[in-house]
Design a binder for this molecule. Sequence first.
Ligand code: HAM
Length: 568
Amino acid sequence: MSEGTVKKEERRKFQAIKGTRDLLPPETALWNRVEQTAHAVFGTFGFGEIRTPVFEETELFARSIGLDTDIVSKEMYTFQDRERSEIPGVDRLRDLLGLLRRILTAEYGGEARDGSALLVPGDRGKLGREHVSVPITLRLGIDVAQELETVKDLQSFVANLDSSYSSELIPQTRQNYASSANIKRYYKQFTELLQASRETVSLGSFVQTLELLIESLGRLQLGYSLTLRPESTAAVCRAYIEHGMRSLPQPLKLYYVGPMFRREQPQTGRYRQFYQIGAEVLGGTDAPAIDAEVIEMVMTFFEKLELQSVQLEINSIGDRNCRPKYVELLRAELHKVKDKLGPDSQRRIETNPLRVLDSKLESEQAIIAKLPRIGDHLCKECADHYAAVKRELDLRGVKYRENWRLVRGLDYYMRTTFEITAQGLGSQDAVCGGGRYDGLVELLGGPPTKGIGFAIGEDRLILSLQESGKAPVARGRDVYIAWMGENARATAVRAAKTLRNAGFSVELPPVEQKFGKALGQADKLGAKYALILGDNEVTTGEWTLKTLADGTQRKVSEQQLIAELKKM
Ligand code: HAM
């Protein structure tokens, strides 16, 4: 790279990462209104807010969402909490091993590759590997005390291994337990051999011990594999188990608002950091009224926001009794038409045939329309449950359309699934998705627990509101304080404080300005009124209040100011 290129690189402007974006005023006012409405509406349904961390153990998502899903197989932001190279002293062990290997090569009579071999005349070729006995320290000038000093950190790392587990600094996995037993053993052998190397020592066993020690240090998984949450259902279930929330009155109703992360191809309505407003109902019964009430809650929320062209689609995808048989039937039918399907669907015949039903490919639509439908293959319990959900929705006046192809892209669903679309979202038109997931808490190590929930894509919700003209316009300042002169400064500061305490939005210029300039500035900021404070106003106590829309002015006293503004 040329110096010019480097300079250019240093001067380059930083930009938000692809697929992420800044949310700015006045748009953020709409975000706040949406979130406030969610707090209010969800509160009326008895939901409490939960905030979980933005990253969790990778395994939590892998197990919940499913390994074959798009999210887990290609969209997660995953990183190692702590790198292996953080183990102190390992580099020195490697150097030492290199050195010993070189001598060993030479002792065998082979050529030392870099010519650094230190040979004792007469040794060459005489002795086999196991029998080579040489005073290493003497020949290499290794100072044992110095060597032990260099790996002192390693020594304390090894000594503290057990307590590191109990304080969870190191993940408590079976592999780690096995590795640490080996590490302790080989570290002990290593120090013994090092001590002995002052005299003579079998070079072969020294090399071997070092190899084993380095290898077992390398096997130790120092940190957890972590992932930025691609969704929150798994995290809420984790928290439900972790905090023993089963002992609270059931079902437990929780909701959340926050950023999620998926490495998707960015486009309008699809981001790599996006926001969800979601809710989960955990524990208690799986009564169809719960499914219906959860859906009713989202619809009420959308109604309050005046979201336009809201369409609710529902389906039942059966449970572990009936779905596997249907999936096999579907797979068999798909095999018959395999040649007519695109590569994605062909792959899914094996990995997850249900997802073929999700396909938007024009050429596949006619084929999919003829496939067997899950509704005709539900077991009696699932069919009854689904019928009851529909009755409960009718009871609540919630309009829906049945869509037998609605299977959803996450593995944890069973029975009820639903999706909601809204106006102006183009191809990314799902503004909410959800469903029932009765086995999930158990899959994560908890007790058998019922569960159902949804998540709204907040970015898409906002987009749709903006498309239909529901976005707020920027709010200007109520009062701009135009002050001039040292005397007026203190009065202006006092006036700003009084006005702000009364709830008015106030702009107080930090430095003195000529009145003409100040009024121009007030106009630009969309201020409704200018409070003019000059020497005159301060001395007489008669302040000037100007209405910027029509240029009229009136005199008010400090005491009258708030009342006067409230009247206007
Ligand atoms: P999901 O269908 O993956 O479900 O996501 C829910 C909603 O999040 C989508 O309908 C969409 O509006 C929004 N969304 C997803 N990905 C993106 C993206 N890359 N950019 C913008 N918006 C996006 C879930 O996440 C489940 N956890 C929902 C759930 C909760 N099911 C039961 N409980």
